[in-house]
Design a protein around this ligand. Structure first.
Ligand SMILES: NC(=O)c1ccc[n+]([C@@H]2O[C@H](COP(=O)([O-])OP(=O)(O)OC[C@H]3O[C@@H](n4cnc5c(N)ncnc54)[C@H](OP(=O)(O)O)[C@@H]3O)[C@@H](O)[C@H]2O)c1
Length: 305
């Protein structure tokens, strides 16, 4: 049984954005006890335990597992990988959190939800589920804090642009002239950790999170060039070619449809957004694309000396 004050972090093993894993580390650094929920016992679980977390294994789609891991915690971060069953996991978590009684539930959402309504939705099955998840949590009466980041640098730009930057010094995306303001998952995690450490003032708030600049992909490419000290250009590829490339990666259809919708919304300038949530909550400005690419230079093929 966790200490009464333990904070539950779901999705703590981390995969793409790895927000849960980073939140776990930040809370432990603050000296707070963390119960880290992972889907399976593997080397990532061992690392979390080594860092000082209480590691619990469970499936967010199994109500009895969720009840077991939430019991004994009063504050929790809920987030999991993009999944066709995301809404089911949210409803399960909301049901359990109501039963157990929690003081704060920090819900990972998406900034596109800010533009959605009954009349105005998107073709992304993930965005639809995130919108519905927010509706359910609002009806639940739970003390919720909503986190709505725009596209993540770790969760999108790193995995989907690094191969072509490494091999051809090009960002290959079907984003047209649309502007975007990607945010680092590391900054999103800093916001969530600050909220979980002292939830009171944040309850009921919705935090929209972007990076410090909204610009088209030519502008993003200039930041890559500065960070890597070599010329990186933008190739505005066709949506059909991009979808073919995504299919070659063998991604689930749910994720592919989400990504192709993101591209469509980018081309329509729907990612041209600015919000100050990172600085407002943490007191520090959000990381720029240049800073992010500098930190991950090796994954982008290295910096020319
Ligand atoms: N990527 C973006 O650009 C972006 C932008 C805005 C918002 N978001 C939101 O961010 C969230 C994803 O966060 P993230 O990128 O930090 O996630 P992530 O790195 O993919 O990690 C999520 C974790 O969830 C775990 N998980 C998946 N299904 C589970 C289940 N049934 N039971 C227990 N654990 C499960 C995974 O475990 P395994 O590793 O063992 O599979 C993984 O470790 C989503 O809500 C997404 O909508 C993403």
């Amino acid at each position: 049984m966790a200490d009464k004050e333990s904070i539950l972090v779901t999705g703590a093993a981390g995969k793409l954005g790895a927000v849960g894993r980073t939140v776990t580390g930040l809370l432990l650094e603050r000296g707070l006890p963390v119960r880290a929920m992972v889907r399976r016992e593997d080397e990532r679980a061992v690392a979390l335990r080594g860092a000082g977390a209480e590691v619990v294994v469970g499936d967010l789609l199994e109500p009895a597992d969720v009840y077991r891991v939430v019991s004994g915690c009063r504050r929790l971060y809920f987030g999991m990988s993009i999944s066709a069953r995301y809404l089911e996991a949210t409803v399960t978590m909301a049901t359990v959190a109501r039963k157990v009684g929690v003081n704060a539930l920090v819900n990972m959402s998406q900034m596109t939800v800010s533009q959605m309504s009954i009349q105005n939705t998107t073709p992304s099955p993930q965005q639809r589920q995130q919108w519905l998840s927010e509706q359910v949590l609002a009806w639940s009466g739970l003390p919720v804090v909503t986190i709505r980041p725009t596209v993540l640098l770790e969760g999108f730009f790193l995995p989907l642009t690094a191969p072509a930057v490494r091999d051809r010094s090009r960002i290959e995306l079907p984003f047209g002239r649309g502007k975007t303001s990607p945010v680092a998952a590391a900054d999103v995690a800093r916001v969530i950790a600050a909220v979980l450490a002292d939830p009171g003032p944040h309850l009921g708030q919705i935090y929209e999170l972007t990076g410090p600049r909204s610009q088209d992909i030519d502008g993003v490419a200039r930041e890559y060039s500065d960070a890597l000290n070599r010329e990186i250009t933008y190739a505005d590829i066709s949506p059909e070619d991009w979808e073919r490339e995504l299919k070659k990666l063998g991604l689930p259809e749910h994720l592919t449809k989400h990504l192709t919708t993101m591209a469509e919304l980018n081309r329509a300038s729907r990612y041209d957004r600015m919000a100050d949530g990172v600085e407002r909550v943490t007191g520090r400005p959000a990381m720029s694309v240049r800073e992010f690419v500098s930190l991950h230079a090796n994954e982008f093929g290295g910096r020319r000396s």
